[in-house]
Design a protein around this ligand. Structure first.
Ligand SMILES: O=P(O)(O)OC[C@H]1O[C@H](OP(=O)(O)OP(=O)(O)O)[C@H](O)[C@@H]1O
Ligand SMILES: O=c1cc[nH]c(=O)[nH]1
Ligand SMILES: [Mg+2]
Length: 219
């Protein structure tokens, strides 16, 4: 897997990341969602450099302009809930993309430290020959990303796959690297050191879904 860790080059992304992580600023849920959306926009721009382009001629009022435009073959799939603002940011740039949504949540069994990933809702167009962008801001154990990809398999074989995440934990990135083929790209804004015993990224930012959309009751 090609890992593009955008924090390796200091940029304006650091500002958005620090606001997501800051325990005071992150309490403003509108700013939290907007910062994830802004990171989605940056990720969209960065990953656009590895898409396929075709030569096009644009007729201006005064002449012809030769350019290259990316193929409009993108399916943008996000994992609910926390994936929604990241999806919005990517869709701001890939505005002609087809869209897929999938639910994946952690169901805790008998104790808070063990859980399985439950995939229930899935709405997806054909993925055959498409460029699949699979987005989820948090890549903790990596189980949601892998379970989601398994659930998408009946929808066809994409010709290219880009995983987009905001913060990953090194063990989760390693898990995902093993599960996906070598040519798959992972675009990520930070890779943190570890997970705690509840599967949260350390230092991470806390619970992205709750920060974006509010607390939920366990079921
Ligand atoms: O890599 P993993 O260990 O699978 O964890 C990451 C998942 O956890 C979060 O979702 P969560 O289950 O909290 O659901 P939510 O978005 O509804 O809050 C996050 O958005 C990922 O989907
Ligand atoms: O740290 C984590 C891990 C999973 N999901 C989150 O929202 N945060
Ligand atoms: Mg989730």
């Amino acid at each position: 897997m090609h890992i593009h860790n955008l924090s390796e080059t200091p940029s304006i992304l650091n500002t958005f990341m620090s606001e997501l992580r800051d325990e005071t600023i992150q309490k403003d849920s509108m700013r939290f969602r907007r910062n994830i959306e802004r990171i989605g926009e940056i990720m969209g721009y960065e990953l656009s450099k590895s898409l396929q382009y075709d030569a096009e001629t644009i007729q201006t009022p005064l002449g012809k302009s030769e350019t290259v435009l990316h193929r409009k073959d993108i399916v943008l799939c996000s994992i609910l809930r926390a994936g929604v603002p990241l999806h919005d940011g990517l869709l701001n740039y890939f505005d002609a993309a087809e869209n897929a949504f999938i639910s994946a949540y952690r169901q805790h069994k008998h104790d808070p430290e063990s859980f399985e990933i439950i995939v229930e809702y899935l709405a997806c167009p054909s993925l055959e020959g498409k460029t699949l962008i699979l987005a989820d801001p948090m890549l903790a154990t990596g189980q949601s990303m892998v379970a989601t990809f398994e659930a998408l398999k009946p929808f066809g074989t994409p010709k290219a796959i880009h995983l987009v995440s905001v913060i990953g934990a090194q063990p989760g990135v390693d898990f995902v690297s093993k599960a996906f083929d070598q040519e798959v790209h992972l675009w990520i804004a930070a890779i943190d050191e570890k997970l705690n015993d509840k599967g949260y990224i350390i230092p991470g930012l806390g619970d992205a879904g709750d920060l974006a959309f509010g607390n939920k009751l366990q079921h």
